[in-house]
Write a protein that binds this ligand. Structure first.
Ligand SMILES: Nc1ncnc2c1ncn2[C@@H]1O[C@H](COP(=O)(O)OP(=O)(O)OP(=O)(O)O)[C@@H](O)[C@H]1O
Ligand SMILES: Nc1ncnc2c1ncn2[C@@H]1O[C@H](COP(=O)(O)OP(=O)(O)OP(=O)(O)O)[C@@H](O)[C@H]1O
Ligand SMILES: [Mg+2]
Ligand SMILES: [Mg+2]
Lengths: 253, 253
């Protein structure tokens, strides 16, 4: 399987954070050791995993040489660890963005801890910036959540281009899959767009989708991955299926 | 009423663009001359208003002194004009961000055209950056769309703080209102969060909300404001009510 996965899409509100948490929790239930890295200044993943107001990646870098991520990584559930974010993360972008090799900062610091985990999932903000580029450079797979809505098609095209440019400019070849989230099969617009997504992106679109599920929203109020909140929840079972599918994806030779 | 309105929230996918377009279209139906300014590099407003691949605010600035926004402003429907965005807009952030007074760039260039319009609505990206700060500095009201979901509360608090800091640091006092969008009244989580939003933000939360409405999603496929797509659509009538409400808001003396 893949080892480091970036969950990204510059379109906002497509379930990047929800996918990171619930795919991560599902991989953990399959017995994998999972690190969830919150690389979004808004720190929504950290809030939902109960790690608000903790040290972040940036704090560790500032604390001096050698920077050790282990000082910030917290174990939150069986097989699940979190590298939290906080508002100070905004400073890392300002500090590193104009330096040569700024896009390798995360990869470099993940190196010493990487082999402890079976999977590292990185949540990113709704933009193409320092954080998203760092996450992509540190990953071997990108999962692109998207809603089945008109503006989504525009968005997926954009991130697909970015992944292509990264491959050409740096030689870093990243595989990617598109995950349709919050799908409402009774909604005509969703069906129309779904056909267009499949037509345009073919096998890149995972044939498994995540339904719009009120149980997932409820699970976030109590800050639990949905599968811990309600074993029978539709979205929980779908994320578990997704985890099995992702684990079975072979790296290209 | 207010003249220049920023529609903002760094939380992604809360209906910023949809609110800009449909509130704008409703104000136009009430006989007001409306400029929709797309200040998001993703240019979703421009795509939905049929102004893709046109000159942007940045192109006009680059074209030389004196920069005239009228060269980029397009009339798209009765009483509705658009100042489009495109991918080159990303360059304006790089170019101006480190200059003194970078946050006044938009306000300065809107000055010559401002009085032609009754309303200027500015769409912003899901982040607090050059574009959002410029929009806020040029405005006298901020409309903050939010979903009634757990993470939303965190987000509204953040943008509320930013507006406060702007007031202290620059003396620019901006009024603001919170608009709940994509509301599903059968959803238990939405009801729980709605109560929390009202409890926490009181009269700042507009008592009028926008329902989740498949007709709005369909309207975006054909690139029309929803009230032009289906006169009877729930969300269209709600945006029209919102327009009347906004038009009636008096500036504080
Ligand atoms: N399957 C689902 N069913 C119902 N609601 C969902 C589902 N997945 C996500 N949501 C809700 O949709 C909203 C957006 O999800 P989320 O915050 O994970 O998206 P995001 O892409 O991370 O957003 P941002 O761009 O702001 O980072 C959240 O309020 C979440 O509760
Ligand atoms: N009232 C509504 N009912 C149903 N769907 C809606 C409604 N308002 C917006 N949407 C849909 O929700 C999605 C998000 O809306 P929109 O793109 O306007 O949000 P945004 O805040 O501008 O997103 P971004 O943060 O990416 O700029 C869109 O696909 C849109 O079609
Ligand atoms: Mg997120
Ligand atoms: Mg938008």
């Amino acid at each position: 399987g893949f080892h480091t996965i970036t969950v990204c899409n510059q379109k906002g509100g497509v379930a990047k954070t929800s996918t990171c948490i619930n795919l991560g929790a599902s991989l953990a239930l399959l017995g994998k050791k999972v690190l969830l890295a919150d690389f979004d200044v808004q720190a929504n993943l950290s809030v939902l995993m109960g790690c608000r107001n903790n040290r972040s990646f940036f704090d560790v870098l500032e604390a001096g040489k050698p920077a050790e991520l282990t000082k910030a990584i917290l174990k939150v559930r069986p097989n699940i660890w979190v590298l939290p974010s906080n508002s100070r993360m905004a400073l890392s972008s300002k500090k590193y963005l104009n330096q040569d090799g700024f896009e390798y900062v995360l990869q470099k610091h993940l190196e010493p801890v990487k082999d402890f985990f079976d999977y590292i999932l990185i949540d990113t903000p709704p933009s193409i910036d320092f954080f998203t580029l760092n996450a992509l450079m540190a990953s071997d797979l990108a999962v692109i959540p998207t809603q089945s809505e008109f503006l989504a098609i525009n968005g997926v095209n954009h991130i697909e281009n970015i992944i292509g440019v990264i491959g050409e400019k740096t030689g870093h070849r990243l595989d990617y899959r598109i995950l349709v989230t919050m799908y409402d099969q009774q909604n005509m617009a969703s069906q129309v767009i779904m056909k267009q997504l499949r037509h345009r992106y073919g096998a890149r679109v995972l044939d498994l989708l995540i339904a719009r599920d009120p149980r997932l929203q409820e699970s976030q109020i109590v800050r639990k991955p949905v599968i811990y909140y309600d074993k029978g929840a539709v979205s929980g079972r779908q994320y578990l299926d997704l985890a099995r599918r992702v684990d079975a994806l072979r790296r290209p030779a």
